[in-house]
Ligand binder design. Structure first.
Ligand SMILES: Cc1cc2nc3c(=O)[nH]c(=O)nc-3n(C[C@H](O)[C@H](O)[C@H](O)COP(=O)(O)OP(=O)(O)OC[C@H]3O[C@@H](n4cnc5c(N)ncnc54)[C@H](O)[C@@H]3O)c2cc1C
Length: 424
């Protein structure tokens, strides 16, 4: 297979667009088709739970690239086509068939099908007013309902749920967040950072309930939600409910085509699926941890723009026949009202925590250590700390815990001074 062949990318989101763009930039000469199920031109999802809800972003402003970009890069963008089956020949070639009956033959296939929002198998989950948020259509529905809702219950205290809660509270809606775990963002930040974020949300009038489990959604009248009932019998009035309990990889297409899937399409560090030819990138891929220091698990899915872009860039080198294995410091961000949370690196639950209080109220950085090694940073309203630590982790450098705890010296200065290597 050479770069003259027909490249088909299924899924026109962040990872699909980046793969197409990087492949062309690296010299892919054959036709590139970027095929997506949504009717919109590819767009950025992060603003859907932030600026789009408070009217600071419009659907048009979210576009990832201009129409001229696709034309100039000779990327054939096909919208509104949902691929429902794949024929893989075994050598990486094959064809994809859409629900409309259209068929695309390819010499190389990339799957960038993303993830779908999880729903809850509870009584009343299909009531009007119980919504999820993944795409632009969901966001338009949610934004419309926020105009008329007087009370919102968000089920799930993760990034997306908290972002929506912050936007709703700012719009004057009585907002409650329900989290089953004992702290917010349980899987991604340390308890100390979670506590700071929780306090900030409470200060904005959001009711946060941790360690609680919804049991059912209560029908008010004519099929519309009126309340969420917890398993302890407490009823919380809600004219709107957002289910924000994470997303599942869209891997059914790959699985049906015989590719190995296990919480996502299983790929190696060159983004190759189990047939050795098809690539999978972004939220749909289950990949080897790309971190310089191993995170909580040897394989994982990373749901972030940073991963979608960086993995796609690396995957394009695989397409070109000169693979550069995907290595990266995983990064995440979440804007929750006035809080900007940024995370660099993957910590394990038992990694130690060194907290640096910020100079200004609301600033906070928690550094995570494994032995003497700096592995991760959770930064609230501290973008300079985030960038400094991200760079340091990528360079494999560390900082003594004593120096890290010394808030008289900015982290940036500590980390730009001659540093010790964190290894060994
Ligand atoms: C509300 C929200 C807020 C977020 N905020 C942040 C944030 O602040 N920071 C951050 O880093 N990340 C954030 N994320 C996560 C980030 O947006 C995702 O990690 C990123 O979009 C993943 O890109 P992707 O291309 O892998 O998947 P997606 O963006 O989901 O794109 C996949 C595309 O494939 C299409 N598709 C699926 N199956 C088929 C098929 N069979 N045929 C054709 N097309 C198909 C889908 O319709 C979709 O358009 C947020 C996500 C959401 C939903």
């Amino acid at each position: 297979m050479t770069a003259h062949g027909r490249l088909l990318i299924v899924g026109a989101g962040q990872a699909g667009v980046q793969t197409a763009s990087s492949a062309r930039d690296l010299g892919w000469r054959g036709p590139i088709t970027l095929l997506g199920a949504e009717p919109h031109s590819p767009y950025a999802r992060p603003p859907l739970s932030k600026a789009f809800l408070n009217g600071k972003a419009t659907a048009d402003s979210l576009a990832l690239r201009t129409p001229e970009f696709y034309a100039d890069h000779r990327i054939d963008l096909v919208r509104d086509e949902h691929v429902h089956s794949l024929d893989l020949a075994g050598d990486g070639t094959g064809s994809a068939v859409a629900a409309s009956g259209r068929r695309w033959a390819f010499d190389r296939l990339v799957l960038a099908t993303g993830a779908a929002p999880r729903r809850l198998p509870l009584e009343g989950a299909d009531l009007d007013g119980v919504v999820v948020l993944r795409d632009l259509n969901d966001a338009s529905v949610l934004a419309g309902r926020l105009h008329t809702a007087d009370s919102l219950v968000v089920v799930g205290g993760g990034f997306v749920g908290l972002e929506v809660a912050a936007a709703a509270a700012a719009a004057g809606i009585r907002t409650t967040v329900l989290e089953i775990a004992s702290s917010l963002m349980n899987r991604v930040v340390s308890p100390v950072t979670a506590e700071i974020v929780e306090k900030a949300h409470r200060a904005c009038g959001i009711r946060v309930m941790t360690g609680v489990r919804p049991a059912r959604f209560v029908d008010g009248a004519q099929g519309s939600v009126a309340a969420v009932e917890l398993d302890n019998g407490i009823r919380l009035p809600a004219s709107l409910v957002l289910i924000g309990v994470g997303a599942s990889p869209r891997d059914a297409l790959a699985a049906a085509a015989g590719l190995r899937c296990d919480n996502g399409i299983v790929v190696d560090d060159q983004s190759r699926a189990s047939d050795g030819h098809t690539l999978a990138v972004g939220d749909c891929a289950n990949l080897p941890d790309p971190s310089p220091t191993p995170g909580p698990a040897p394989r994982l899915r990373l749901e972030s723009v940073d991963n979608a872009v960086e993995q796609a860039r690396a995957a394009a080198t695989t397409l070109m026949g000169s693979p550069q294995p995907y290595r990266s410091v995983p990064c995440f961000w979440s804007d929750q009202g006035s809080l900007k949370l940024q995370i660099a690196g993957l910590a394990r639950p038992d990694d130690d925590i060194v907290v640096r209080a910020g100079k200004r109220p609301g600033q906070h950085t928690a550094l995570r250590y494994r032995g003497t090694h700096l592995v991760s940073a959770e930064c609230v309203n501290s973008p300079i700390d985030f960038l400094s630590v991200r760079r340091a982790i990528a360079a494999g450098t560390s900082l003594s815990r004593e120096a890290a705890a010394d808030t008289q010296v900015p982290l940036k200065k500590h980390l730009s001074a001659p540093v010790t290597t964190g290894r060994g």
